[in-house]
Write a protein that binds this ligand. Structure first.
Ligand code: FES
Length: 112
C-alpha cells in the first residue's frame, strides 16, 4: 500500500487560521504509522479557504480544517467509519475543481 502524504499548508493565510495547530494535531493523531506521513506545504493557492489539507495520492482536499476536524480525517484515512454526518470529506470538500486539478497535477509531477 502506498504511503499517504498529508500536506498541510503553512503559509501566512492558513497559519492565521490555525494551520500550525491543525498540523500538530494531525501529527499527534497519525502517530507512528508507516501508512501515513504529515508534511508541510508552501501554498495551495486557496489561501482564503484555509487551513488547507491535501492527501496524496488519494487526491482529497480538505478546506477550512479546524483542529477538531482532525480525528475524523485520520479515522477516515484509516478506513474507519468517520463519526458524525455529513462526513468530514463532504463538509470540507469546498475547493473549486479546476484548482484541485491543477494542484493534483503538481503533486503528480512530484512537486512537493
Ligand atoms: S496560504 Fe494556505 S493555501 Fe495559500
Amino acid at each position: 500500500m502506498e504511503k499517504k502524504l498529508i500536506f498541510v499548508c503553512q503559509n501566512v493565510d492558513c497559519r492565521v487560521r490555525q494551520a500550525a495547530e491543525v498540523m500538530e494535531k494531525l501529527q499527534q493523531e497519525a502517530g507512528p504509522d508507516e501508512r501515513m506521513e504529515v508534511r508541510s506545504y508552501m501554498c495551495f493557492g486557496a489561501c482564503h479557504e484555509g487551513p488547507n489539507v491535501v492527501v496524496y495520492p488519494d487526491k482529497v482536499w480538505y478546506a477550512g480544517v479546524k483542529p477538531e476536524d482532525v480525528a475524523e480525517i485520520i479515522a477516515s484515512l484509516r478506513g474507519g467509519q468517520p463519526p458524525g454526518h455529513p462526513s468530514t470529506l463532504e463538509r470540507l470538500d469546498t475547493i473549486d475543481p479546476g484548482l484541485k486539478a491543477m494542484i493534483f497535477q503538481l503533486l503528480d509531477a512530484g512537486l512537493y
